[in-house]
Design a protein. Structure first.
Lengths: 122, 122
DNA sequence: ACTATAATTCGCCAAATAACGAATTGTCAA
DNA sequence: TTGACAATTCGTTATTTGGCGAATTATAGT
């Protein structure tokens, strides 16, 4: 319980990971979309998502080439659920989160394929 | 807001600091009592408390030679208050916390002077 | 089959962090 | 005033962490 709480807090103690959580509040996203949002290397984003997953804060679903992540639901542990509630309350209305939501609108508007190709070219 | 949340999460992402927070749930404690509880060097404990203080999770009061820390009250920022609520909910009933509460009973039973002398001898 | 691409893993480097002891500061009591 | 002690600050060291690119795996399309 203590160890779980520590690992959850560790998972939440990074700006990129908090931004990812807030982005996922709007529904599931594939890795390449989160890469586009955060502007980090795919390998880095994958690692971040791995940390969040390990802490039980998000879950994933594979569909073809893509892996979709979403916030952990009712199946998550109580500490994880409460942590998510805290973060979403604490960051509701945050300016960088708001900016991210706008970026997301653009990103999800573009087709996944096109987005990922764009990312690859960079 | 984002930065505050990150620093709060960072402050919570250490076992010793979580134990300190849970110990302070029972009321204020002086540094030497927390040193006795955690079994860490005074300089280390001071640093931990500094991190928690910086994050707005605890506040301090100086009384003579001693500095007492307590959980941040209603004056604390909403994110800090909510974070404290999360931690206390997540760790309620945790075994190491329960153990610490027993240790605390013993520690607060001993006079402060005697405790600190005992620690100094180590 | 072959190529392209989404995602992960791995190895590396730089920066941040936790721990300690030593030195310092401030306060009380002989 | 001198000594004892609570607490903090500072310097050092070992570990962890975040970032990237290269290599790898898996899947879809040609």
């Amino acid at each position: 319980m203590m160890n779980e709480t520590v690992s959850i807090a560790k998972a939440l103690s990074d700006k990129a990971r908090l931004r990812a959580i807030m982005a996922l509040s709007g529904g599931e996203l594939c890795v390449c979309q989160i890469v586009g949002l955060l502007g980090l290397a795919p390998s880095t984003v994958s690692r971040h998502l791995g940390v969040l997953h390990q802490a039980g804060l998000i879950s994933s679903r594979k569909d073809g080439r893509w892996v979709y992540f979403r916030l952990a639901g009712p199946d998550a542990s109580p500490p994880a659920r409460k942590a998510l509630r805290w973060v979403r309350e604490a960051l509701a209305g945050d300016s960088s989160v708001t900016k991210d939501l706008l970026s997301l609108k653009r990103i999800t508007g573009v087709s996944k394929e096109e987005l990922c190709r764009t990312q690859a070219k960079k």
